[in-house]
Design a protein around this ligand. Structure first.
Ligand code: PRP
Length: 226
């Protein structure tokens, strides 16, 4: 486990579409990664920054939570979808970054919608990347959810007969529409959070509280400018 006070602070950022939204905040807090970070051809995964004791790693969004929970990264940016799915006690998430807005929803084929009433379900089978959230959500209203774990392209599952329904992130709704699916129920609203390893926060409170304060200021300034 790596939380020694003299180690470099590691900030884990998610690959993909959230990265574009998070970088203005990272710049606002005063962190500028080395040039390779913006080079799409580079296979580098860990980057130095203009700040001597801060490095950035770029990993899949689910892995941000894992790196932070195990103390391999001290800070990270993760959606509350990922944080809820893992529910790691080692992660403290003090700040909503007000980016990555989307929702976690149930969807089904358009042809099924009119004849279907989710309130009458006693069990449901879904394809999802979020089996824990899905099971808990349905269990809370007495519905047993059978989850088929997929890591992407959930929208293919209903047309190929894997199951009729999916639980997945919806942002613009374009992916559902392109696959003839309709959103029928929202499980949770999602935004990205600043995630902090609790042990690191205890051993390096001054430094980590300073980064939390800087990110808070970045979010507030963005809010004022909007
Ligand atoms: C997410 C999600 C949907 C899509 C929804 O996938 O899993 O497929 O975005 O966005 P929309 O409502 O704007 O169409 P993403 O592109 O992040 O890739 P992933 O499948 O690797 O998670």
């Amino acid at each position: 486990m790596s939380n020694l006070a003299n180690e470099k602070l590691v900030l884990a950022l998610p690959k993909g579409r959230i990265l574009k939204e998070v970088m203005p905040l990272v710049h606002h807090v005063g962190i500028r990664p080395e040039a390779a970070f913006d080079d799409e051809g580079s296979r580098q995964l860990r980057f130095t920054t203009n700040i001597d004791n801060v490095d950035i790693i770029r990993v899949r969004s689910f892995d941000v939570a894992t790196f932070v929970a195990f103390g391999a990264a001290h800070l990270g940016v993760a959606g509350n979808d990922v944080l809820m799915e893992f529910d790691f006690p080692e992660i403290y998430a003090p700040l909503d970054l007000d980016i990555g807005h989307c929702r976690l929803s149930v969807a089904e084929p358009a042809a099924l919608v009119d004849a279907d009433d989710p309130q009458t379900w006693s069990s449901v089978r879904v394809a999802t990347k979020y089996p824990e959230i899905t099971r808990k959500y349905f269990a809370a209203r007495g519905v047993q959810a059978e989850c088929i774990k997929l890591n992407g392209a959930m929208e293919l599952a209903p047309t190929l007969g894997l199951c009729r329904r999916i639980v997945d992130l919806v942002s613009s709704g374009a992916t559902l529409e392109a696959n003839n699916l309709v959103e029928i129920e929202v499980l949770a609203q999602v935004t990205s959070r600043l995630a902090v390893n609790r042990a690191a926060w205890k051993t390096r409170p001054t430094e980590i509280n300073d980064w939390i304060a800087r990110f808070r200021d970045a979010v507030e300034s963005k809010g004022r400018a909007a």
